[in-house]
Design a protein around this ligand. Structure first.
Ligand SMILES: Nc1ncnc2c1ncn2[C@@H]1O[C@H](COP(=O)(O)OP(=O)(O)OP(=O)(O)O)[C@@H](O)[C@H]1O
Length: 290
C-alpha cells in the first residue's frame, strides 16, 4: 500500500459554517478512506447537505479545512475540485429534461472539457475522434448502471427512479475518485432501493470509486455503508458501524425526540427498524467484499 493510501482520501477538520445567525456546522470533522462507502445521516436541517456543499465548493466555511488526496480544497474553485476527481449528484436532479440520457452524459463531459478536465479533448464536431471517446465512455457508463436501453430516451419521460440513476451516471461518466451522493434513494420505490444498493456496491468495485452519501433511507444505509456518521444541529453525534450507531439512544433521541424515547415500545420498534438487516442484505454485503 502506498503512503497516499495510508492517509484518508477525504479529511475534514473542524469545519464551521454560518448562515447569518445560524451555525449550520460547528467544528465538524470527518475522514473518508479510499474505497469506502460512508453515509452521512441525521434529522432534517442537521447540516448534511452543507457538508457536501463545502466539499464541492458551493458553500464557503468560516473555519476549518478540507483535504482531498493531499490537496487543500478550500482555496480552489468548483471546476478545480471536479478536475481533482470529486463528482456529485443533487437532490434536485439538475438534468436537461428535454435531452436524451446519452446527450446528458455528453454535455457533462463537454462541460468538463471546457473547464480543462479532459485536457486535449476538443468540443464535439471539431474532433470526431474525441467525440467518439466521449460517446464510448458515456455508453460504458450506461451499461455499468444498466441504463443502456434508455440511451436515446428523453429524460423527461423516464420514471423518477431511472432519472435518479441518470443523475448518478452523469457524475460517474467523469470517473471521479470520490462521488458525493445527495439522497440517492429519495422518492424511489422499495424495489429501486434494492437496485440502488446493488449499484453502489458495483460502482465501487468496478470503478474503484469512494462514495460519500447523504441518506434518510436507513435500509439503504444499512445495506451499503461501511461507516455512518450522524449529524445533529451541525455537530457529529455518533460515528461507526451502521448497526451500532443507529441503535445508539442518543441517535434515536435526535431522530424521535426525548418524549418518544421515554416510550419503550417506540424505542423497541425504532431499534428493530434500525438494526434489522435482512439475511439477504448481509449475504450481498459479504459478496461485495470478496
Ligand atoms: N444557503 C442557506 N442560507 C441560509 N440557511 C441555510 C442555507 N443552506 C442551509 N441552511 C440552513 O442550514 C441548516 C442545515 O441545512 P442543510 O440543508 O445542510 O441540512 P440537511 O441535514 O441537509 O437537511 P435535509 O435532510 O432536510 O436536507 C438548516 O437550518 C438550513 O435551513
Amino acid at each position: 500500500m502506498t503512503t497516499a493510501q495510508n492517509t484518508p482520501l477525504l479529511e475534514i477538520r473542524d469545519l464551521s459554517v454560518r448562515f447569518g445567525g445560524l451555525l449550520a456546522l460547528s467544528e465538524f470533522s470527518l475522514a473518508v478512506e479510499h474505497g469506502e462507502i460512508y453515509a452521512l445521516v441525521g434529522p432534517n436541517g442537521a447540516g448534511k447537505t452543507t457538508v457536501l456543499n463545502c466539499i464541492s465548493g458551493f458553500v464557503r466555511p468560516v473555519a476549518g479545512s478540507i483535504t482531498f488526496a493531499g490537496t487543500s480544497l478550500l482555496p480552489l474553485g468548483r471546476d478545480r475540485r471536479i478536475r481533482l476527481g470529486i463528482g456529485r449528484t443533487f437532490q434536485q436532479l439538475q438534468l436537461f429534461a428535454s435531452m436524451t440520457v446519452l446527450e446528458n452524459l455528453l454535455v457533462a463531459q463537454h462541460s468538463a472539457m471546457r473547464s480543462g478536465l479532459f485536457e486535449g479533448i476538443l468540443p464535439f464536431g471539431r474532433a470526431p475522434r474525441e467525440d467518439h471517446k466521449a460517446r464510448t465512455r458515456a455508453r460504458d457508463t450506461l451499461i455499468l448502471l444498466g441504463l443502456e436501453e434508455y440511451a436515446d430516451t428523453r429524460v423527461s419521460v423516464l420514471p423518477h427512479g431511472i432519472q435518479k440513476l441518470v443523475g448518478v451516471a452523469r457524475a460517474l461518466v467523469l470517473r471521479p475518485r470520490l462521488v458525493l451522493l445527495d439522497e440517492p434513494a429519495a422518492g424511489i420505490t422499495h424495489q429501486d432501493v434494492e437496485a440502488m444498493a446493488q449499484n453502489l456496491r458495483t460502482w465501487r468495485k468496478e470503478l474503484g470509486t469512494t462514495l460519500l452519501l447523504i441518506e434518510h433511507n436507513m435500509s439503504l444505509v444499512q445495506a451499503v455503508a461501511d461507516r455512518v456518521c450522524v449529524l445533529d444541529y451541525g455537530r457529529k453525534l455518533a460515528e461507526g458501524e451502521a448497526r451500532t450507531v443507529l441503535s445508539d439512544p442518543a441517535v434515536l433521541e435526535a431522530y424521535l425526540g426525548r418524549e418518544a424515547l421515554e416510550e419503550p415500545e417506540v424505542v423497541r420498534s425504532a431499534v428493530h427498524e434500525a438494526t434489522s438487516i435482512s439475511e439477504e442484505q448481509e449475504a450481498r454485503r459479504e459478496d461485495s467484499t470478496c
